[in-house]
Design a protein around this ligand. Structure first.
Ligand code: ZN
Length: 245
């Protein structure tokens, strides 16, 4: 059922499950999990095995032959409680993204509004909705709204109108792009909702949208973009637009 082709690294899911990921990356992963049953299942089994490992490391081996000084194994109730603690300490990981408004508390804005379009806000961002800045227009039929998540990385919603292109660029650090709605493409393929695309300084690409097809993404940058081709190199100062809050 899922058409998602690009997923986070399993190492990143491990760090997410153990709570070692920075807040901004955790939001990216949580949002991907809203779309991706495959990674949800993976994250759950990682949590289970981490919980089991914690229990194993904290529960001395019980000698069944001895009658003295044995320590009782953890009761099933305690196991259940430990599991609940391990799994509820994670950021929001909800099974489905709802298209209706009845899934969230009344009075909470749950949508991104862009002109006459309305997009449901990912659940992972609902608690940060007051940190989403206004939309600003960028060259090339793009719009951007920054999300102030703290820390050194920069999170943005990027809206690409139909038939638009971002000039060819590389990344000085890492860029994660998560498609929320619509689709875009580059010379590597087409990216659809839920796709989690990791770009590094080794990648050079020209994201584009087709005519009649716009795209909304959530991006996380840890350094400014670096434009590489022709006139676009003049845009390098513009890359700061993506990077600043
Ligand atoms: Zn996935």
């Amino acid at each position: 059922m899922s058409n998602i082709r690009f997923h986070p690294l399993s190492e990143t899911l491990q760090r997410f499950a153990s709570g070692d990921l920075d807040p901004a990356s955790s939001i990216m992963i949580s949002t991907h999990l809203e779309y991706c049953p495959h990674c949800r299942q993976l994250a759950c089994s990682i949590e289970d095995s981490q919980a089991a490992a914690v229990l194993a490391s904290e529960t001395p081996e019980v000698e069944h032959t001895g009658t003295q000084n044995t320590i009782a194994p953890l009761s099933p109730d305690l196991m259940t409680m430990m599991h609940a603690i391990m799994t509820t300490s994670e950021p929001d990981v909800e099974p489905e993204i709802e298209s209706g408004d009845d899934s969230v508390s009344a009075g909470m804005p749950t949508a991104l509004i862009l002109g006459d379009k309305t997009y449901p806000l990912p659940r992972a961002l609902q608690r940060h909705r007051d940190r989403i800045g206004p939309w600003s227009r960028l060259p090339g039929k793009l719009k951007r709204a920054a999300v102030d998540v703290g820390g050194p990385q920069k999170m943005n919603f990027i809206y690409m109108d139909s038939d638009s292109a971002l000039p060819e660029h590389t990344h000085q650090g890492q860029e994660i792009t998560l498609v929320l709605a619509g689709e875009f493409y580059d010379d590597q393929g087409t990216y659809r909702p839920g796709d989690f695309i990791i770009q590094t300084s080794a990648n050079q690409h020209v994201p584009k949208t087709r005519s009649g097809q716009d795209c909304l993404c959530l991006t996380l940058l840890d350094a400014p973009l670096h434009f590489t081709s022709g006139l676009a190199t003049l845009l390098n100062p513009f890359s700061q637009l993506f990077f600043r809050l």
